[in-house]
Unconditional design. Structure first.
Lengths: 90, 676
């Protein structure tokens, strides 16, 4: 149940900050690379990281800010849901 | 309370600094020494003509003619520096002379022609190095090519270009033939570009057809075709990166063709000290951007003073300021050549391919003076970048920051994560193509403050007192706060605004708030220790993440939406945002319309496309009314004070004060105040 809610939060944030209504179209599928697809650059990843920390009230270890964890919508959502301090997506 | 000292210079380095040597030179000339740095500053203002005269004599600046008249005219509004002198801006940058204040000791040769002059690096790792000799040879060839194509004195040349060695060559060649240079980064929005370049009627464009950004090559050719189609004065387009492009009219040439020209022979031509050299752009609260014309001599003199005396720059230094060609720090960086340093140009993303990419280039290129912005330092902090642990930075001796207020916490971050080195928060701007406050090699750095005031510049604060507004200089004790003003002549005051034939716009922009006194638009705190702190803008201009934005540029786009009756762009203090502030767009909707999410995104998208990403507000907030003065003029200042939860300074001049109360308590606005 959390996946679609967290996913929507991320999409809304991408629209607010960078893509202004086009984020869904640009992403194509949840496993496509954000960096390769020009969805987000590394400055944007840091901003997203701050947004997720504020929204879900947990800390993200900056060393975990890697392609393996963060380079697609699916990876980001799974990272958030799998975070030890994640308390739900409401 | 005096803030903590976060850096103190070594006494031996103070003893040998350019500033100390210059102070000794000037002391000997005037027959009296200086008690300390603050005394030196006060004297440079009290006897400004004596100061500038001593600096011109001893700095190595190459002027021809009579330099006995330091300035003519009696006010900051009408003074002209060194009216009887001539110079070549290009020659001063290419072949600097040893300063007389450094005559004792050291190598007699000041700058070796085989030393690097420019090291151009991009995010792909490509490095191009030109020695002094090679740079001069290229400049001479391109200068000859420009002359052969009929480009000469007073012609405007516009660069839509990357920060590369080729751009530097084009820039210096423009100066060498007496033409006027103006430039913008390749990714600037088309409407903003036309609003700038269209006003100055350029004859020739230097362009880059492509540019790298974050690992993705971007192609600018379609935009160049559109731009040239909308700039009817452009006769010729020179492609710096030698790609083929199409235009509707202007002749196209590759930069490599210009480099095949014969070399301009003989000494570089000299022009009057106040010859126009640069046009920079600055956005105000209304109307088109101001086209600020800066003179060759005033710009060079101010820059040389800042580099030599305030930053202690000389041969052996490698200076990198992270900038684009659209920011005045490009011009400032280039002038480090005149102090004998090499300049390092970085083109590309600060965080690609590694999060610490920019610091990595600083390390790899042995940069000694690195300039950046609070937004970048904040990014490093947020991204967990710790250059001290991962990179050898043993050559780095000075960090500079400008663009917005450098908060105390970033002084701490630098100390903990970069190293034990001075960080100078410097501030001035496009309007003066230089700094009002900056650093000193001889002064300690206090947490949150700029260590020094620019020598020879009479920086004061217009302070509100029970007796009215008083213009006050450095206090004898404590601190004062007010609007930054400068009542006496300084060399990099602009010559005027391009196209402003009767000077009325120039007058209104800088001299109307405090009659006849340069009014800069910043709020400044001055201390008796000779330090300063810039507290933000005092006018309605926005400074978001270090980028200055005129609200007028926002309004021109938003007025395309019939749903919006009126709007007001303000900079709100937001401790949690990069740079400590964010842009909020207050909108008053047309009857029957509401601000929906799709409309919010549509407005943001239009601003991003027609202006730039920096013009997109962090929040768009619907309000029932916007503050207007009794004359019906929108008051951004009043809205800003209300949004910041501060007393509205001009409340008595607002006719609809109820809207200020609505803004002050709006939940979308109050939330940002408490975030850290």
């Amino acid at each position: 149940m959390s996946y679609p809610l967290v996913r929507k939060r991320v999409i809304d944030w991408l629209d607010d900050q960078y893509h202004f209504g086009d984020a869904e179209k640009l992403i194509r599928n949840d496993e496509a690379s954000f960096l390769d697809g020009g969805v987000l650059d590394s400055l944007g990843f840091v901003q997203l990281c701050l947004f997720l920390e504020k929204t879900y009230r947990f800390k993200i270890d900056r060393k975990s800010l890697t392609r393996e964890n963060f380079d697609s919508l699916g990876k980001i959502v799974r990272y958030v849901i799998g975070h030890k301090d994640f308390k739900g997506a409401a | 309370m005096t803030p903590a000292i976060v850096f103190s210079p070594e006494p031996l380095l103070v003893e040998r600094s350019n500033l100390s040597l210059f102070a000794r030179y000037w002391s000997a000339k005037r027959g009296a020494s200086f008690a300390d740095n603050v005394d030196l500053y006060r004297e440079s203002v009290r006897d400004a003509k004596g100061f500038w005269n001593a600096f011109v004599e001893s700095s190595g600046i190459q002027l021809e003619g009579d330099t006995s008249v330091v300035w003519e005219g009696s006010t900051v509004r009408d003074a002209h520096f060194f009216p009887n002198a001539k110079l070549s801006f290009a020659a001063n940058l290419l072949t600097p002379q040893r300063p007389a204040f450094r005559t004792s000791g050291g190598n007699l040769q000041w700058v070796d022609p085989n030393d690097p002059a420019v090291i151009s690096v991009d995010e792909t790792g490509r490095v191009e190095t030109l020695t002094r000799r090679e740079l001069e040879e290229r400049v001479r060839r391109v200068a000859q090519a420009l002359k052969d194509r009929g480009i000469g004195v007073g012609d405007r040349i516009f660069g839509l270009c990357r920060l590369t060695a080729s751009t530097l060559v084009a820039h210096l060649a423009t100066l060498a033939v007496g033409a006027i240079w103006s430039s913008a980064a390749p990714d600037m929005g088309i409407e903003l570009l036309i609003a700038r370049a269209g006003q100055i009627a350029p004859r020739l464009l230097f362009v880059d057809a492509t540019y790298p950004y974050h690992g993705l090559g971007r192609d600018n050719r379609e935009r160049i075709a559109e731009i040239t189609g909308r700039l009817p004065t452009v006769e010729r387009v020179v492609v710096l990166d030698n790609h083929s492009i199409q235009t509707n009219g202007p002749q196209v040439e590759s930069f490599s063709t210009l480099l095949l020209s014969p070399s301009l022979s003989g000494p570089f031509e000299t022009f009057s000290f106040n010859h126009p050299a640069l046009i920079l752009f600055s956005s105000g609260t209304t109307g088109l951007p101001k086209c600020i014309v800066h003179g060759a001599g005033g710009t060079l003199l101010e820059h040389l003073k800042e580099h030599q005396l305030h930053c202690n720059v000389g041969p052996g230094d490698r200076v990198l300021y992270h900038t684009t060609t659209g920011w005045m720090m490009f011009n400032w960086l280039v002038s480090a050549l005149a102090a004998g340093a090499a300049v390092v140009l970085y083109d590309g993303s600060v965080s690609h391919p590694e999060p610490d990419a920019l610091f990595r280039r600083v390390s790899e290129q042995g940069v000694t003076v690195f300039g950046t912005s609070p937004a970048y330092l904040q990014y490093c902090r947020d991204a967990g970048v710790c250059p001290r642990e991962t990179l050898p930075l043993n050559k780095l001796r000075l960090l500079l920051s400008t663009g917005s207020v450098l908060f105390e916490s970033l002084f701490d971050w630098v100390g903990e994560n970069v190293g034990n080195l001075p960080i100078h928060s410097i501030s001035g701007g496009t309007d003066i193509v230089g700094c009002f406050v900056l650093g000193s090699p001889n002064a300690p750095v206090y947490r949150g403050e700029s260590p020094a005031i620019s020598l020879g510049l009479d920086v004061r604060a217009a302070v509100s007192t029970p007796r009215g507004v008083e213009i006050q200089g450095l206090p004898s004790e404590g601190n004062i706060t007010g609007e930054l003003v400068c009542p006496t002549p300084f060399p990099s005051r602009p010559l005027g605004l391009f196209g402003d034939s009767d000077g009325s716009r120039f007058e209104a922009a800088y001299f109307s708030d405090h009659l006849g006194v340069w009014t800069h638009g910043d709020t400044i705190e001055l201390t008796s220790r000779g330090t300063a702190r810039i507290l933000g803008r005092s006018d309605g201009v926005l400074n978001v993440r270090g980028i200055r934005i005129g609200p007028g540029e926002i309004y021109r786009v938003v007025e395309l939406f019939p749903e919006v009756a009126a709007c007001c762009a303000i900079e709100q203090k937001a401790p949690g945002e990069p740079g400590g502030s964010r842009m909020v767009l207050l909108v008053q909707m047309a009857p029957g319309a509401n601000l929906s999410r799709p409309l919010t995104l549509k407005i943001k998208k239009e601003l991003s496309t027609r202006a730039s990403a920096a013009h997109v507000p962090a929040a768009i907030v619907q309000v029932s009314d916007l503050p207007k003065t009794h004359n019906g003029k929108l008051s951004e200042r009043a809205a800003r004070d209300a949004a910041n939860g501060e007393p509205v300074k001009n409340r008595s001049s607002i006719k609809n004060t109820a809207c200020l109360d609505e803004i002050a308590v709006h939940p979308d606005i109050t939330a940002a105040r408490s975030e850290t």
